[in-house]
Structure formats: structure tokens, C-alpha cells
Design a binder for this molecule. Structure first.
Ligand code: SAH
Ligand code: SF4
Ligand code: F3S
Length: 439
């Protein structure tokens, strides 16, 4: 018998890529590849790339430089580039980097085994008509009690700064029956917490038994699965927060009190230039409606600072919006001009100004995040144990609000939904003690 070949996948970017990497590992598993943790140990290295900002896509070429050195020592090594840079740059990668054997776009992962078997240098960045997920092997990889499930891919919104509509294509929703099967399969393997993924997840409109279903209806059906305790979804666009999805937050206990709802800016002028199609006031009204049904919901957002044309007044409007909402956490980025997007044509804000704004915005978010965490101290919360902590007798997991929680619980087991009391808050996590005899 020949020894199994080893596969190392390095994943950048969003959760969608994390999910895709798992599915690629499964697809190649069927061709005899087993996972390994280092490139040095691998027979094939796949880089699952991100194109969202310049820094993210530059990482590809620095990694390829290192792999060239490795391949010089190990000539049999296969190197593949997957993900959004593969989609955006395609054959240019093969031209620029002779070390690369395979370039595969996000819609073609089901073709990986064929491409590997064919040998030589291969590229596939088509957007095929068939659903790649149907063509991938059945889902089995399992990392713990929390899992991702991609329900929707692509985006039709065309925000002026963003490459996603070009790298992931237009919106496609997976059919309801397949998602229910995949979710039931995950729960049968011990998963208790599922995060539904999509670049524009709340625009989900998959084929159901009686016509298209929206995200709220899908979530209601998933919530009936015995053993599935928690459901989340990301990332959402404010304009697709339909009434039934908002009400689901009020009446579905399994739908967790956490919502990532990116606003990007608080200035109407900039929102318009970004092609976001909503105002700051629209967003604030939406937040009020969500909080009316679920007052304790933890809100999260993405922000871009230094978008072309952003003035001090525009930036101050963003700070005002942040103060008005009160976020539990948020991601913020300095604008990065991306080739092919409309905003890239416009004169940039000076880099030092954008840096200073980013710094100021992040300081405000940190203050809000700390306050939200501090407010948890003394409260009883549920934590789903995902792994042992670094200290002996410690378990680590997430609360309903997606806070990382360290619990001193020598009897704790992975997959247990424990009731705990929060004792302290540190920069990025909470510390808690178990409440025995309950939950
Ligand atoms: N679909 C999601 C997220 C897409 S990408 C949404 O609509 O919000 C994740 C985040 O990256 C975006 O929300 C945005 O804040 C940031 N981003 C996208 N393009 C960017 C760019 N060109 N420069 C800086 N940040 C960017
Ligand atoms: Fe990009 Fe999100 Fe806008 Fe779509 S909605 S273009 S993914 S930022
Ligand atoms: Fe990056 Fe592609 Fe995700 S560009 S953020 S990996 S959709």
C-alpha cells in the first residue's frame, strides 16, 4: 500500500473561505489526501486566498515565494491557489508564479480532484451552471460543536469599494432541502451551534418545497432540529432585514442575540457614494426595530474609513452613528482601492489622515466593546464548550452573545451547553464559574 498523500490548506479572508477549505479537504480526501498542519510536511499546499484589500491579496505572493524555496527541496510538491485572488487574477497567477500548479476559483472546487489527477498546470475559474456544493462529497469533517453552513454565495449589491460581486459572482441560494439535510447531518455528529453563511446572507431566497423561502423561514425550520441549540447568520445587508427576520429575533429562542449588520459609514453623502442605498437614519431606525423585539441583542458592524471624498464632517457623522448605536464589537478597515471597482477611480484620502481616523474609530469601538463586556459581569449566561483552555481544568467556549468565555470547570466536556456566572471581563474574553445542578 502506498502512504497517503498529505494536504495543507492555508485559509485567508472570511468565514466563507473557512467553510470552503473544509469542503476542499473533503473533496481531496476522496482522492487519497489526508490533512496535515504544515506546508513542510505536505505533498500538496492549497492557498485559499482573499482579495478584499490590497494587503490581503499581497500575502499570496509572499507565501508563494516561500513555497518556491520549499519546492526546490521537494520537487514533487503540488501548489494550488484557490479563493478570491484565484478568481480575480486567474491565469496571471500562472504567469507570474511558476511554482503554481493549480488555480481554482471558488465556484469550481468540485473539479479539484479531476484537476489534480490530470497533472500538469491547470486552471478553472468558470462560473458553472451547476451547484458546486451538490457535486462535492457529503459533509463529514467536524471540528467541534460549532459549525458553519454556507446557504448563499455571491452578491448583487455592487458597493463601490468591493470586489466580492466580481470574485464570488451574483447571488445564488442553495435549496432548502439540501441545507436541512446538511444541518441534520452536522447535528447527528454532535454540532449544536450553526452559523449560516453568505456574503449577503439575509438576501437568501432558496428553492423550498412550495416556492422560494426567505432566511427567516429557513431559520424557523432549522430551529425544529432536535439538538440544534443555537443559530446565527452572517453577513447581512441593512436593506435585506425583512420584517419576518426581525420578528424571528423576538420569538425564536434558538436564534442567538447577536447580529453583524455592517453600515460602513455614518455619513449619508459617503453612503451614497458607496452605493449602499440606505441612509444613516434608515439604519438607526432598523436598529430600533430590532432592539424593540430583542433588547439585549449584541450588535456588530464593519466600517471603512478614508473612502474617497470622506471629509472630517463625514467621519464625525460615522463616530456619531457609532455613539448612537453602541456596538458590542466591530471590524474597521482603512479604505483600500481595488482594481476594477468604481471607487478606485476616485482620488484617495491622504493615507495619514485615514490612519488617524481609523485609530480614533477603533478607540471608540474598544470603549463600547469593553462597556458591553463589563455589563456581563455578575450575569448568568450559557456557554457552549468548544475546547479545553490553556489552564488545567478550564473550558473555553462562546456565550449566546458570542463572547469568548473561559470557565474553570474540571468536569466540563466539549459540546456541553453550560450555565455559568461571569466573574470578570478582560480585553477579549470573559472569565466565569459554572453554576452546578442547573442547565
Ligand atoms: N458582505 C459583507 C462583507 C463583505 S467584505 C457586507 O456587505 O458587509 C467585509 C468587509 O470588508 C466589508 O464589510 C467592508 O467593511 C470591508 N471592505 C470591503 N472592501 C473594502 C475595501 N476596498 N477597502 C477596505 N475595506 C473593505
Ligand atoms: Fe461587498 Fe457586502 Fe457590498 Fe456585497 S453588500 S458589494 S459583499 S460590501
Ligand atoms: Fe475575501 Fe473573498 Fe471572503 S475577497 S472576504 S475571501 S469573499
Amino acid at each position: 500500500m502506498t502512504a497517503p498523500k498529505k494536504l495543507f490548506i492555508k485559509t485567508y479572508g472570511c468565514q466563507m473561505n473557512v467553510y470552503d477549505s473544509e469542503r476542499m479537504a473533503e473533496a481531496l480526501g476522496a482522492s487519497g489526501y489526508i490533512p496535515t498542519d504544515t506546508a513542510e510536511d505536505a505533498d500538496m499546499v492549497l492557498l485559499n486566498t482573499c482579495h478584499i484589500r490590497e494587503k490581503a491579496s499581497e500575502k499570496l505572493y509572499s507565501d508563494l515565494g516561500r513555497l518556491r524555496a520549499l519546492k526546490a527541496e521537494k520537487p514533487g510538491l503540488k501548489v494550488g491557489v484557490a479563493g478570491c485572488v484565484a478568481q480575480a487574477e486567474g491565469a496571471e497567477i500562472l504567469r507570474r508564479a511558476p511554482v503554481v500548479d493549480l488555480v481554482v476559483g471558488p465556484q469550481s472546487y468540485h473539479r479539484l480532484p479531476e484537476m489534480v489527477a490530470a497533472g500538469g498546470r491547470q486552471i478553472d475559474t468558470e462560473f458553472p451552471a451547476e451547484d458546486k456544493f451538490t457535486l462535492l462529497p457529503e459533509r463529514k469533517a467536524l471540528r467541534g460543536p460549532a459549525a458553519f453552513l454556507t446557504v448563499q454565495e455571491g452578491c448583487d449589491k455592487f458597493c463601490a469599494f468591493c470586489v466580492v460581486p466580481y470574485t464570488r459572482g451574483s447571488e445564488v441560494s442553495r435549496p432548502v432541502a439540501r441545507l436541512l439535510d446538511e444541518a441534520r447531518g452536522l447535528v447527528a455528529q454532535g454540532v449544536r451551534d450553526i452559523t449560516l453563511l453568505g456574503q449577503n446572507v439575509n438576501a437568501y431566497h432558496g428553492a423550498g418545497p412550495d416556492g422560494p423561502w426567505g432566511l427567516a423561514r429557513l431559520i424557523r425550520e432549522l430551529a425544529k432540529i432536535d439538538g440544534l441549540a443555537r443559530i446565527r447568520y452572517m453577513t447581512s445587508h441593512p436593506n435585506d432585514m425583512e420584517d419576518d427576520l426581525i420578528s424571528a429575533h423576538g420569538d425564536l429562542p434558538a436564534l442567538m442575540p447577536y447580529l453583524h449588520l455592517p453600515v460602513q459609514s455614518g455619513s449619508d453623502r459617503i453612503l451614497k457614494a458607496m452605493n449602499r442605498k440606505h441612509t444613516a437614519a434608515d439604519y438607526l431606525r432598523l436598529i430600533d426595530r430590532i432592539r424593540a423585539v430583542r433588547p439585549d441583542i449584541l450588535l456588530s458592524s464593519d466600517f471603512i474609513v478614508g473612502f474617497p471624498g470622506e471629509t472630517d464632517a463625514d467621519f464625525n457623522a460615522t463616530l456619531d452613528l457609532i455613539r448612537a448605536v453602541g456596538y458590542g464589537q466591530a471590524y474597521s478597515f482603512k479604505y483600500s482601492a481595488r482594481p476594477g471597482t468604481p471607487a478606485a477611480e476616485k482620488p484617495p484620502v491622504p493615507s495619514e489622515i485615514a490612519d488617524a481616523r481609523l485609530h480614533q474609530l477603533q478607540a471608540l469601538i474598544t470603549t463600547q466593546q469593553r462597556a458591553v463586556q463589563e455589563a456581563m459581569v455578575g450575569r448568568e449566561v450559557h456557554v457552549l464548550y468548544e475546547k479545553p483552555g490553556r489552564m488545567p481544568g478550564q473550558m473555553v467556549g462562546k456565550s449566546d452573545h458570542l463572547h469568548a468565555v473561559h470557565v474553570a470547570d474540571p468536569n466540563g466536556r466539549i459540546g456541553q451547553l453550560a450555565r455559568v456566572r461571569v466573574l470578570a471581563s478582560s480585553s477579549n474574553s470573559l472569565a466565569a464559574e459554572p453554576l452546578f445542578g442547573i442547565g
